[in-house]
Structures are given as C-alpha cells and as structure tokens.
Design a protein around this ligand. Structure first.
Ligand code: ZN
Length: 497
C-alpha cells in the first residue's frame, strides 16, 4: 500500500496523491471497488490506517475536514428539529450495562471492559460504551418526572467501541466508531414514539439528500432488530460493488428499557406510567457512503456542501502576462471567499496536468483556469469535477456562476446516484433469481412474513433480508418462494457490508 507522509513545507498540509517517495500514487479503477476504496482512503488523505491497534484509524486533517462538514449538516438538522445536544460519559458500570437481558445478548461479545484502576482491580468493571442506552437511561429515570417533561429529545456525537471480529475497514467496520451520532428520545405513548421514529427516518433521509446519497428504507425483520427494541427501520445504500451498507437505523424501544431502568412519568390524571422511547444513530459510514457512491477513477467527487475545497483557481502563467493573470486570479479568489465559498489558488510550478490530477483526486468541485487569452476575453475556463467538460464563463458575475454550478452539481450528483441505485435493484420471484442478482445489486422477493421462511430464504440465497420497504412500491407481490403461500409483502435482499 502506498504510504503518504509527504509534508508540504509551505502549508504544513499533507499533499494528496503523493506517496513517500513523492511519486504520484496510482488509484486503481473504481470497477475494482474494494481496492479503490482502500486506496482512496489512503491517497485521498481520509484516514491513516497505520495506527497500531486493529480497527482503530486516524483521521487525516483533510478527511476530518469532510467529517466536520458532514457532522455540521447532521447537527443542524437535529438542532432544527427540537433535539438538544448533550454529552454522556464513555464508561458504563457493569451493574447498569447488565440490566437489560436482550441488550446484553446483542452486545456482550463486542464489549471492551476496563477492569483496573492502575494496578487495583475495580469493584465494578466499566464498559467502554458500545452504544449509550445503558449510560443515558439511568439518568433519564432521574430527569423525567411528569408529562410536562415530554417529549425529551437529546443526541450526542461520540466515539463508541465494539470488539469487531470480522475484517475491519476504515469508516465501515471499526473497533472505535469515532463519530457516532446517537439520539435518544422519551415520549408519553407508544404512538408518540412511533411518530418520532417516522420523523427520524425523514430527518435521516434529509441528511442523506444533502450528501446526495440515495437510500433504501426498510423495516428490518424481527431477528435483525435492535436488541431490546420493538422494531427497527434502517437506511441502506447500495455500494458500487452491489453490496449494501447500512448507514442509519431508527429504533422504537417501546417500554422495554423504561421497565428495566424504571423510567416513569406522571400523566395528566396524576398516575405513574412507563415512558416510551426511541433511539437512532448515524456513524462515519455516512462518509464511506458519500465517498463510495460519488467517487470515480480519478478520485474523490464530493458534494459541494462537504468538499473542503469547493473551488480551485489555477492561473495559466507566461512570463509577460504573469502579473495581469495573477491579479485576475486573486480577485476571483477574494470575491469567492467574500461570498462564503471555500477556495484555494494553486499557483505552484507543477505542470498543469499534475495540478488537475491533484485537485481532481481531492474532489475539488470546480476548477477555474485563467490564462492570458482568457483574460483578453474577460473570461475563465470552468471545469466541474463530476462532468469534466470545459466551459467558458465571463469574469463578470463569476460568483453567481460558481454558485449556480455548485447548486446544480449537488442536484446532478443526487440524480446520477439515484439512477445508478435504481438500476441496481431487480425484482425476483425465485431464490435462484435472487442468487444471480445479489452479487451485483439488491433483489426484491415476495415473502409471507414468517421467520422460518425468512431464514430459509437467507440460507438458500446466502444473502441477507434487509427488510420490507417502508413505502408502497410498485413491485408486484407474488408467492413466497419458501412456502408457496401468497405473500402480502416484498423484501429487499442483498449481500451486506
Ligand atoms: Zn413463506
């Protein structure tokens, strides 16, 4: 694997696209998705995989710049929908963690334990949170008193730890999830909590719309729901290799945790009742999704909302005209900066080809080139990262042009991704058809709804039932291939990450 430590002395930033010897590192074609992904994480300066603990990775500043903007979007959407941000401790006492039986069963194989303080064994072991229900709910018991306290809608963005035994991968399968946005809400009735689940699914869909990532939304089958919950709605996206990536889950917890942690409220009639709860989460898989869905053979293609560099200005310099061209470029850069765009100028002595390569790899959305001949015509050359075609724009009104191009780019990225995703879903009627389909995308199949048939279908197809689409689809229903009974629902089946 190409390593990547070249320091740019001037900026103190690592140079994307270079390996240790300063040579350009080569990105494999995206058709070889697994290699492409590993490579883009490295030479695209997203994460450094060389940290000496399995499943723990280090954010490069460039990758963290993307992460910061993605989480700004997430925080905005949460804050503007009545959620408050909070922060709970990382450590959970074993006594609280072990209270909810199903929850323990779901997580006990994955928990890291703190067993000692210095050399002294702890009386009560402390779990590194794998998720925070058991940290938060004992406090909710203290905080919730009456119906006037409800709904309570809190979220936090934290790291969580899971001892994954499967092959770990940056952003996708980690032992330290660095960026877990988890929300935990409390409601009076089951119906209120259900409405919150629906709202959360809508918020998550909005978040992914802003990242131009299309999603499949489905209700997970019972055997795959959150341990200790009533039901789970999940958001998945289809990766370029046809496997799906779960990029968000929303859980209706009913009164299960309320009964375990004794969270009660006084209703309007003065009676004590158990609360109903939901929880929902998004992790840095959101970043894996946006990188994978949009990227291409040249590198990152980033939606303008999250690209660290939205516009790069490249002066085309010749001896006699250097000053005039630099003046024009400086003006464009400062006008765009003043308008709030993230702009960089690349006036280095690198060859034009090397500059294009570098900024394309980094997913800069728009390249503006200005040379002496452009200046004579008072114009600039614009190249959008996703289209790669040259167009000319007048230097007057360049800010408006850039604004319009970036908006259009976000829309075009979504449309292209959605078309690609829909083309990767095929309706199937038999398990043989499913087997042929799920190597390259998602299959739909009629299912009677019984667990035994579901298990049989998963076994025969070697795939996973994602669940029942939560919106009516036009895909025709038919007979459950496992039992032959008429099925009143269809399910998505895929190979999952
Ligand atoms: Zn059946």
């Amino acid at each position: 694997m190409a390593e990547n430590k070249t320091e740019n002395k001037k900026t103190g930033k690592n140079d994307a696209g270079k390996n240790d010897s300063g040579k350009e590192a080569v990105l494999p074609p995206k058709s070889d998705f697994s290699e492409w992904f590993n490579s883009i994480i490295d030479i695209g300066q997203i994460m450094d995989v060389r940290y000496p603990v399995k499943g723990l990775y280090v954010w490069y500043p460039f990758g963290f710049g993307i992460r910061k903007r993605v989480y700004n979007i997430i925080r905005d959407i949460m804050d503007n929908s009545g959620h408050d941000e909070t922060l709970f401790p990382l450590l959970i006492p074993e006594t609280e963690f072990m209270k909810e039986a199903d929850h323990i069963k779901g997580f006990e194989d994955e928990v890291f334990w703190v067993t000692h303080g210095g050399v002294t064994p702890l009386d009560v072991r402390l779990a590194l949170r794998p998720t925070s229900e058991t940290a938060i709910y004992p406090m909710y018991k203290l905080w919730v008193r009456s119906h006037a306290d409800l709904p309570l809608k809190l979220y936090q963005v934290v790291n969580t730890f899971r001892h994954e035994t499967k092959h770990t991968r940056p952003l996708i399968r980690l032992r330290e999830i660095t960026s877990f946005k988890e929300a935990h809400t409390v409601h009076a009735t089951w119906e209120d909590a259900k409405n919150q689940v629906d709202e959360a699914v809508g918020l998550y869909t909005d978040i992914y719309k802003k990242l131009s990532v299309p999603v499949l939304i489905s209700k997970r089958p019972d055997w795959d729901k959150f341990p200790g919950g009533d039901y789970t709605i999940a958001l998945d996206t289809i990766m370029p290799d046809g496997k799906t990536l779960q990029i968000g889950t929303v859980h209706h917890l009913g009164t299960n945790f309320a009964k375990t942690y004794d969270i009660m409220y006084e209703n309007a009639e003065g009676e004590q009742e158990y609360v109903n709860q939901t929880c929902y989460g998004i992790s840095e898989r959101s970043i894996a999704a946006l990188i994978s869905v949009h990227g291409d053979d040249k590198g990152l293609v980033l939606p303008p909302a999250v690209a660290p560099t939205q516009v790069v200005v490249i002066p085309v310099l010749f001896k006699d005209t250097t000053e005039a061209v630099m003046n024009a470029c400086n003006k464009v850069v400062s006008d765009l900066k003043n308008a709030g765009f993230r702009v960089e100028m690349d006036a280095s002595d690198a060859r034009p080809g090397a500059k294009y390569y570098k900024w394309e790899l980094k997913g800069s959305c728009l390249r503006i080139e200005i040379g002496p001949r452009d200046l004579e015509k008072n114009s600039a050359v614009l190249v959008r990262r996703d289209k790669g075609e040259k167009q000319f724009a007048s230097l007057d009104g360049i800010v408006e042009t850039v604004d319009a191009e970036l908006k259009q780019m976000a829309e075009d990225l979504y449309t292209a991704a959605e078309e690609k995703m829909n083309a990767m879903i095929a309706p199937c009627e038999t398990t043989e058809e499913v087997v042929a389909q799920i190597g390259k995308g998602v299959a739909t199949l009629p299912w009677c709804g019984c667990e035994e048939c579901g298990m049989k279908i998963e076994e025969e197809t070697n795939g996973s039932i994602l669940g029942t689409p939560n919106v009516e689809t036009e895909i025709k229903k038919g007979k459950c291939p496992a039992c032959g009974k008429e099925a009143d629902q269809i399910v998505y089946i895929a190979k999952m990450y």
